[in-house]
Design a protein around this ligand. Structure first.
Ligand code: 5GP
Length: 210
């Protein structure tokens, strides 16, 4: 069974860059490509960043119970397809999901073993500066994103890990450390270490006097 890593962050926290770098460095990780009704942006590719579909199609898929979780974010629908877990398992990979706090809550209920990570900008001021620097949004949208960030951040304690993103290289290293450590939790490696344990059992000889 694949491990599931949920990554959430307010817009502008640097989450996409960190997730992309993490995936480049770890071939055993696979990105869950969500479905969305929002418009494609810039260099985004259908099937790579998202599966872009209409509202009607999205609502049809909700009715068919096709989503593991879904939510409405910034007036658009976003959802994780149920098949993403099977695809990752077939590839022998662990899954990374870039989803919002509403989706994270739904997934934590459905997959209690999922590992959740919240990425935080070092301060509101820095978040505001980053949102302006990417010059993607109007002033109105920037102000809305800041309000929404304050709202999302209130949910930080629902996550297993909080990563304050001060510097990209350092944050990527810490993300890798979380992934590596989670993979060797005792309950997850119990099966894998059986052959090693067996070599010790076989070597057990009675100690004199026992
Ligand atoms: P953006 O439009 O900037 O790519 O994403 C907006 C927000 O939607 C981000 O917080 C992102 O994490 C979230 N999001 C992307 N895909 C999903 C998804 O499948 N489910 C949920 N719940 N949120 C998603």
């Amino acid at each position: 069974m694949s491990l599931v890593f949920i990554v959430s962050a307010p817009s502008g926290s640097g989450k996409s860059t960190l997730v992309r770098r993490l995936l480049e460095l770890d071939p055993r990780l696979r990105f869950s490509v969500s479905y969305t009704t929002r418009q494609r942006r810039g260099l985004e590719k259908d099937g790579e960043n998202y599966h872009y579909i209409s509202r009607t199609e999205f609502e049809q898929r909700i009715a068919n119970n096709e989503f593991l979780e879904w939510a409405q974010v910034f007036e658009n629908y976003y959802g994780t397809h149920c098949s993403c877990l099977d695809h990752a398992a077939q590839a022998g990979a662990d899954l990374v999901l870039d989803i919002d706090v509403q989706g994270a809550r739904q997934l934590q209920e459905r997959i209690p073993d999922a590992v959740s990570i919240f990425i935080l900008a070092p301060s509101r001021e820095i978040l505001e500066r980053r949102l302006r620097a990417r010059s993607e949004d109007s002033e109105q949208v920037i102000q809305r994103r800041l309000r929404e960030a304050a709202e999302e951040i209130r949910n930080f304690d629902r996550y297993d890990y909080i990563l304050v993103n001060r510097e990209v290289d350092d944050s990527v290293k810490r993300l890798q450390a979380i992934v590596d450590a989670e993979r060797i939790r005792t309950r997850r490696v119990k099966e894998q270490i059986q052959p090693i344990l067996a070599t010790f059992q076989n070597a057990l000889v009675p100690v004199r006097g026992e």
